[in-house]
Design a protein. Structure first.
Length: 369
């Protein structure tokens, strides 16, 4: 009983210090992340984004935070970045947008006291060999030799014998220096408008390279220094995959700087060979000390997909309640259109959920015995 009581008291003590545990729940947006845009079509999409309407919608759900994808593997980013443009040898508006959508969203969210976490990849955009090379990241390889630009950089050893993606190899000091310049520019520009970073593609090869890279002038430490240069208190998550060992860090942090779990999963229960196992909760799958337990699920039929909420509001209410009471946090990935609209039925579901917000971030179980 004493051990259990101490565990509960520790959970509540942490929750008073960490804003993520008082958020209740959040929403994630894979904005334009899965589309292959031309510079013209990308800027048209971003120029059409209605920031006020978008933030009004988020606020109407009572979400305490959002995770917004600044860019992913297609190599396009919805904010200018002179460092990235320099490495690629391009002007603003080609691989980055002319409009700084992140700045506008960040300012509007701050006015409503909603936190912003940026989704970013830990490695160079994987769909373009020339971008991987320009940024100095470890090139895709076949049997240890560069694969060349005629092999799909997102291929797989089942398709190409001996193939390894960039992210399945250790990063090198040159890339970490360059990526620090890219991330650091945004970090200093946005400052405390950014409350956290969620890094995708931080695979085991990157985790395992941490110690060996420490002897280099540019390493994971210097990259993180750049990431936090605008807000030293920013929360950090690193994602290596959807298994609880990785996404909930049940066997330890992926990175020494990790402050919350990436949480990537697809349901509220562990996936097993026989179907579904135990509920994904802080008690069943505890995170390391000092790391906020955080779960991330798609609200629709997949990441950034669908127009229907795949969970009943009652289910959302009950699961969030348990997770919060056990000292955890949760985010739901929600589809979004180019102009910033959330599908109506999904929005309505979260608006209904929002009517229970006060009971979903109070640290006690309100809906289940």
């Amino acid at each position: 009983m004493a051990v259990l009581l101490g565990h509960v008291l520790n959970e509540r003590a942490i929750s008073k210090e960490r804003w993520l545990l008082e958020s209740g729940y959040g929403l994630m947006f894979h904005y334009e992340a899965f589309k292959s845009h031309t510079p013209e079509s990308y800027n048209r999409a971003i120029d059409s984004f209605n920031v006020n309407h978008f933030v009004d919608s988020v606020q109407s759900t009572k979400a305490g935070h959002i995770i917004f994808v600044i860019g992913q593997h297609w190599g396009k980013y919805c904010a200018p970045n002179s460092a990235y443009e320099k490495f690629l040898g391009v002007d603003t508006g080609e691989w980055t947008s002319n409009r700084d959508l992140i700045m506008e969203i960040g300012k509007e969210l701050a006015e409503r006291e909603i936190r912003l976490i940026i989704y970013m990849t830990a490695r160079a955009p994987m769909r373009h060999y020339k971008i991987i090379k320009a940024l100095g990241d470890t090139l895709p390889s076949i049997n240890g030799k560069p694969a060349g630009n005629k092999i799909n950089p997102m291929s797989h050893p089942k398709k190409v014998k001996g193939f390894k993606r960039s992210e399945n190899q250790a990063p090198n000091p040159i890339f970490l220096k360059n990526w620090g310049e890219v991330c650091g520019e945004w970090s200093r520009r946005y400052g405390k408008l950014i409350s956290g970073w969620w890094f995708d593609g931080y695979k085991m090869e990157m985790k395992d390279s941490y110690e060996s890279l420490k002897k280099e002038a540019h390493n994971i430490d210097t990259w993180i220094d750049a990431v936090r240069s605008g807000n030293p208190e920013a929360e950090l998550a690193f994602n290596a995959g959807a298994h609880p060992i990785l996404s909930l860090c049940t066997r330890g942090k992926l990175c020494p700087y990790q402050t919350f779990t990436s949480g990537e999963n697809h349901n509220f229960n562990e996936r097993t060979k026989k179907g579904f196992g135990k509920p994904l909760t802080p008690t069943n799958f505890p995170a390391p000390d000092g790391v906020v337990w955080h779960l991330l699920l798609p609200a629709g039929k997949g990441w950034g997909a669908g127009d229907q909420l795949r969970f009943k509001v009652q289910t959302l209410k009950e699961r969030i309640d348990v997770i919060n009471a056990e000292g955890g946090a949760i985010t739901f990935d929600v589809p979004i259109s180019s102009d910033g609209k959330i599908p109506e039925k999904i929005l309505q579901g979260f608006q209904e959920l929002g009517t229970y917000k006060g009971q979903l971030n109070d640290g006690v179980k309100s809906f289940l015995e």
